[in-house]
Design a protein around this ligand. Structure first.
Ligand SMILES: [Zn+2]
Length: 220
């Protein structure tokens, strides 16, 4: 079920687990309770990460809420740590290859990775980690199911690598202005999304700096 863009999943039965109950919205929580009632109620709420649009409704369902650590199993779902979009992010894997991906990978559009000191490097590692998992289907936190997980994960890795290559190429020409770098590398981004792109660029710059690949004389 979807409300305000966040997907909530009901997994298993007798009782079921609720994955990412979404925002604190009465109508949405009622719909979750009704769906869960057909499966002998809710045993547990599982979160992929602590962002409000996934987690704020969790406390209202009256059961234990768990944001699992790496390798933990709850209600038949195995957590795989996938930091980047959020430091506490996990994907939840079923034994038969369904991946509840939270915001690691989205059904439409691209995942936002904020600059916070190494998050993009962590995010790239997380994508590669999931590429090694036996995934048949991705059930994302936003947008439709992804039926070609291998292609989608490769596309996400390649998209970030493309930005990095173009950023390095622009730096190689001697460009040192952030505004000019943004215009050169994120030239396909609509103007209203440029503030987001500027933050995405900061995450890229942090990664390059950590890898000692960033010139020291960047300016605004
Ligand atoms: Zn999120």
């Amino acid at each position: 079920m979807t409300l305000e863009g966040t997907n909530t999943y009901i997994y298993g039965s007798g009782p079921c687990a609720v994955i990412d109950p979404g925002p604190d919205d009465g109508g949405h929580l009622d719909a979750i309770r009704a769906a869960a009632a057909e499966r002998d109620g809710i045993g547990l709420v599982l979160l992929t990460h602590s962002h409000g649009d996934h987690a704020d409704g969790a406390g209202r369902l009256g059961v234990e809420v768990v944001l699992p650590g790496d390798g933990e199993e709850h209600a038949g779902l195995r957590a795989v740590a996938t930091p980047g979009h959020a430091p506490d992010h996990v994907c939840l894997m079923t034994a038969d290859g369904v991946c509840f991906s939270g915001d690691l990978v989205l059904g439409t559009g691209s995942t936002f990775v904020p600059p916070d000191g190494g998050s993009l490097a962590a995010y790239m590692d997380s994508l590669r980690r999931m590429q090694a998992e036996p995934i048949e289907l991705i059930a994302p936190g936003h947008g439709p199911w992804i039926t070609d997980p291998e292609a989608k994960l490769a596309e996400y890795v390649e998209h970030r690598m493309m930005r990095e290559r173009r950023l390095l190429a622009a730096l190689d020409t001697g460009e040192r202005s952030r505004a000019a770098l943004l215009a050169a590398v994120w030239d396909d981004v609509p103007v209203e999304l440029l503030p987001m792109a500027a933050m995405a660029m900061e995450a890229h710059l942090e990664k390059l700096e950590a890898e000692a690949r960033l010139p020291f004389d960047l300016v605004e």
